[in-house]
Design a binder for this molecule. Structure first.
Ligand code: NAG
Ligand code: NAG
Ligand code: NAG
Length: 424
C-alpha cells in the first residue's frame, strides 16, 4: 500500500496545503506506477479537469477510511463533537460535558488524553490488507484543526506536541509502504468558501505539474463551493453518494460501518453497525456502477480498532478472497443491473463478464436475460471447481444450473459470482 505523509513536500506549497481550513486526508495506495505524458496544467478548472486519473485508483476499487483524532477522546456523539458542543451548543453535548467532566474543561483539554498508547501501525496495516483494501485514507486533519503529524503551522495542536507525541500519519504511512509520499488528497469543508478563497486551482496545478507525487496523486472534488461533483479528480459528490445509473466520471462512495458517526463512539449500539450483507451489497453495486468503495472505521483514542469493526473488515476480506476477481481492476459491463433479476449486478474484465447475485434462487436456476451466449460460452462460479451446466430458453434467456452443495461447501454466505466466458 502506498504511504501517506507530508514531510517530503516543498515548504511553500506544503504550507499552502496545511493552511487550508479543510479536512485533509492523505491516502495510501497499492498501485501500478504509470508515468503520464509530461504536460503542464494551468490553474483553471478546464485544464485541471482534463488530467487523466492515474490508473491505480480505478483498479483499486476498495479502500479503508479512518477517522481518528482528538474527537476519539470524548468518543461520544460524533467526530464533530467540538462543533456540536462549542459551535452549536447542542443541549445533549452540554449535558454530557456537565455529567462527565469538571467545570471549565475545554476541548483542548482532551488533547493530552489522545494517547494512541496501543497504536501499532503494522497491526492496522495487516488488518487493512486482510480486508482486501488497496488504499487507506486517514484523517490527517479534521475540521477542528488538530493535525496527526507534526505540522509546523499547527503549533501545540498536533500529535507530536500534544497527546501521543508521535507522527501518526508518518508511522502509518511507513507501515503501509516505505515511502512518504501522499498519493491521494481527500479534501473537505468546501462548502465554507469558493475555491478562489483557498487558491485551490493554484495548489492543484502545482500538485499535477511539479509535486513529487505528480504522476500518481489522485484528488477528490471538494475544492470549494459548487466544485463537488463538477471539478477536481474523482467525484465524491455528497457523503454516501449512491447513483442509480452509470455515471460518466470516476467516483467514490464513502460510507461508515457505524451508521451514525465516522469517529469512534462509545455509545454505539449493535443496531448502529451496518450488516455484513449490506456492506458487501454496497461494494458490489458501487463497483458495478464504476465507483470505488471507501469504508470507514473509527479507532479508539488508544489506537485500537474494536473487534466489531475488525469483524466487518475481515468479512469483506473473506468475500474478496473468493470474488475479488470480479471486483479489482474490473470495468462496468454494458449492463449493470440485470433487468429481470434486480439482485444481479454485472462487472467485466477483458472478455469475461461477471454476474454477482445476491439471492440464491430457490429452484437452483439463475436466470439471466442480458448475456448473449455463443458457441464458445463457458460458465463457472468463483470459488467452485468445474464448469456449470446451462441452457437457453427462447422466452427466459440464459438458465444457469447452480451447483448443489451443502452450505459448508459454499465459499461465501452472501453474494456469489458466476463468470461467463464467450458471451456478448
Ligand atoms: C454556488 O451555486 C449557488 C446556487 O447555484 C450560487 O448561488 C452560488 O453563488 C455559487 N457559489 C459559487 C462560489 O460559485
Ligand atoms: C491565496 O493567495 C493569495 C495571493 O497569493 C494570498 O494572499 C492568500 O492568503 C491565499 N489564500 C489562502 C487561503 O492561503
Ligand atoms: C422481463 O420482464 C419483462 C417485464 O416484466 C417481461 O415482459 C419479460 O417477458 C421478461 N423477460 C424474461 C426473459 O423473463
Amino acid at each position: 500500500m502506498r504511504a501517506s505523509g507530508v514531510r517530503s513536500r516543498p515548504a511553500g506549497p506544503a504550507l499552502l496545503l496545511l493552511l487550508l481550513p479543510l479536512l485533509l486526508l492523505l491516502g495510501a495506495a497499492e498501485s501500478l506506477r504509470r508515468a503520464l505524458p509530461p504536460r503542464r496544467y494551468t490553474p483553471d478548472w478546464p485544464s485541471l479537469d482534463s488530467r487523466p486519473l492515474p490508473a491505480w485508483f480505478d483498479e483499486a476499487k476498495f479502500g479503508v477510511f479512518v477517522h481518528w483524532g482528538v474527537f476519539s477522546v470524548p468518543a461520544w456523539g460524533s467526530e464533530w463533537f467540538w462543533w456540536h458542543w462549542r459551535g452549536e451548543g447542542r443541549p445533549e453535548y452540554q449535558r454530557f460535558m456537565g455529567d462527565n467532566y469538571p467545570p471549565g474543561f475545554s476541548y483542548a483539554d482532551f488533547g493530552p488524553q489522545f494517547t494512541a498508547r496501543f497504536f501499532h501501525p503494522e497491526e492496522w496495516a495487516d488488518l487493512f490488507q486482510a480486508a482486501g483494501a488497496k488504499y487507506v485514507v486517514l484523517t490527517t486533519k479534521h475540521h477542528e484543526g488538530f493535525t496527526n503529524w507534526p505540522s509546523p503551522v499547527s503549533w501545540n495542536w498536533n500529535s507530536k506536541d500534544v497527546g501521543p507525541h508521535r507522527d501518526l500519519v508518518g508511522e502509518l504511512g511507513t507501515a503501509l509502504r516505505k515511502s512518504y509520499k501522499p498519493d491521494l488528497i481527500w479534501s473537505d469543508g468546501e462548502w465554507e468558501a469558493p475555491d478562489t478563497y483557498w487558491n485551490s486551482t493554484d495548489f492543484l496545478s502545482w500538485l499535477y505539474n511539479d509535486s513529487p507525487v505528480k504522476d500518481e496523486v489522485v484528488v477528490n472534488d471538494r475544492w470549494g463551493q459548487n466544485c463537488s461533483c463538477h471539478h477536481g479528480g474523482y467525484y465524491n459528490c455528497e457523503d454516501k453518494f449512491k447513483p442509480q445509473s452509470l455515471p460518466d466520471h470516476k467516483w467514490e462512495m464513502c460510507t461508515s460501518i457505524d451508521k451514525f458517526s465516522w469517529g469512534y463512539r462509545r455509545d454505539m449500539a449493535i443496531s448502529d453497525v451496518t450488516e455484513e450483507s449490506e456492506i458487501i451489497s454496497e461494494l458490489i453495486q458501487t463497483v458495478s456502477l464504476g465507483g470505488n468503495y471507501l469504508l470507514n472505521i473509527g479507532p479508539t483514542k488508544d489506537g485500537l480498532i474494536v473487534p466489531i469493526f475488525q469483524e466487518r473488515l475481515l468479512a469483506v476480506g473473506k468475500w474478496l478472497s473468493i470474488n475479488g476477481e470480479a471486483i479489482y481492476a474490473s470495468k462496468p459491463w454494458r449492463v449493470q443491473l440485470e433487468k429481470n433479476a434486480t439482485f444481479v449486478w454485472y462487472t467485466s474484465k477483458g472478455s469475461a463478464v461477471y454476474a454477482i447475485f445476491k439471492h440464491w434462487p430457490e429452484n437452483g436456476l439463475l436466470n439471466l436475460v442480458s448475456p448473449i451466449t455463443t458457441s464458445t460460452t463457458k460458465i463457472l462460479m468463483l470459488g467452485i471447481q468445474g464448469d456449470l451446466k446451462w441452457s437457453t430458453d427462447p422466452d427466459k434467456g440464459l438458465l444457469i444450473s447452480l451447483p448443489q452443495l451443502p452450505p459448508s461447501a459454499i465459499p461465501v454466505e452472501f453474494a456469489w459470482t458466476v463468470k461467463l466466458a464467450g458471451v456478448k
